[in-house]
Design a protein around this ligand. Structure first.
Ligand code: GRG
Length: 301
């Protein structure tokens, strides 16, 4: 079979996903450690599922700066632990009250609410432990900066803040800028952090290059959520015969509700174009980042 850029990218993605499955399994405490139930729940929430979009972004940014794979794996684990913890807590009855995630019962359904809370808490701590425990950047100041980036992306001025806006806005009409801020924080902050952390794992970038990469990361972070809203709407329209998805049905603001399906698709394309334009100065070295932008915006699930 002749290889095309698309098959090259697919092979690259599969290779990173396989590296990450091994790294995640090694870094997570084994289920033999006491308390077994807690470690089991942590492993259940992280392993065997997920597209690993955030680690893919870490590796893609790392490819720009010749970063060693081992560093990228550890950084990818940190991102995936934060992501998994957010999903475990988000699925709980006090938040979204979901019973299925990645085709399996959610953690609180499988292990109980108290264990789900603890597993999420422990995964958050594990993320920072992995960033602090391994040499990931060429100097300690840069490594400290990586820890700082992940902390702000996860906290009340990042992902948790976005989740707060989401919870407190149910039943309210958000304007487009308000909706955008919510998603920049809730989903975008962690995606941005993934790109930035990957770049810190290799040869330092100039400040102009870092800014260009940051623009790419912000556009992709927002595009990810716009696409999520579109997919949610399309899936629910197919199953329920409705024109708006589960979030809209639950009176949650979405891009589709504000812009319509066509408008939301245009928004996703504009964000992708802006992300790709920001990569222009890197030339061919940014091919993987460009392909990943396509994967995120054009994905079907
Ligand atoms: C701090 C509790 C708490 C929540 C943070 C991220 C988040 C806010 C909540 C998750 C809820 C959610 C479904 C958000 C929509 C976008 C999103 C993060 C989807 C899931 O991410 P994927 O598609 O999932 O990367 P996989 O399963 O592939 O890892």
């Amino acid at each position: 079979m002749s290889k095309t850029p698309a098959t090259d990218f697919k092979l690259w993605m599969e290779d990173v996903q396989a590296q990450m499955e091994r790294a995640l399994s090694q870094v997570l405490p084994s289920s033999n450690h006491l308390p077994e139930r807690l470690h089991d729940a942590m492993r259940y929430s992280v392993l065997d599922g997920g597209k690993r979009v955030r680690p893919l972004l870490v590796f893609a940014a790392g490819s720009l700066v010749d970063a060693p794979a081992e560093r990228l794996q550890y950084a990818g684990c940190a991102l995936e632990f934060i992501h998994a913890y957010s999903l475990v807590h988000d699925d709980m009855p006090a938040m979204d009250n979901d019973v299925l995630r990645r085709g399996k019962p959610t953690v609180h359904v499988a292990y109980g609410e108290a264990t789900a809370l603890l597993a999420g808490d422990a995964l958050q701590a594990a993320a920072f432990e992995v960033l602090a425990n391994h040499p990931l950047a060429d100097n300690p100041a840069d490594q400290l900066q990586m820890i700082r980036i992940l902390a702000s992306a996860s906290g009340s001025l990042g992902m948790c803040g976005g989740q707060g806006i989401d919870l407190y806005s149910v039943g309210q009409t958000l304007t487009l800028p308000q909706l955008e801020l919510m998603h920049i924080l809730k989903t975008g902050a962690l995606i941005r952090a993934a790109v930035l952390l990957g770049a810190y794992c290799g040869t330092p970038l100039t400040s102009e290059q870092r800014e260009a990469l940051d623009h790419y990361a912000k556009c992709i972070g927002l595009a990810f959520q716009v696409v999520d809203d579109i997919l949610d709407c399309e899936a629910d329209s197919a199953t329920l015969g409705k024109t708006a998805g589960k979030d809209a049905a639950n009176n949650k603001p979405t891009y589709v509700a504000l812009l319509g399906l066509k408008g939301a698709k245009e928004k996703a394309s504009e964000l992708k174009a802006s992300a790709l334009a920001a990569l222009a100065p890197f030339g061919e070295r940014a091919n993987i980042l460009s392909a990943l932008a396509g994967y995120i915006v054009d994905r079907k699930y």
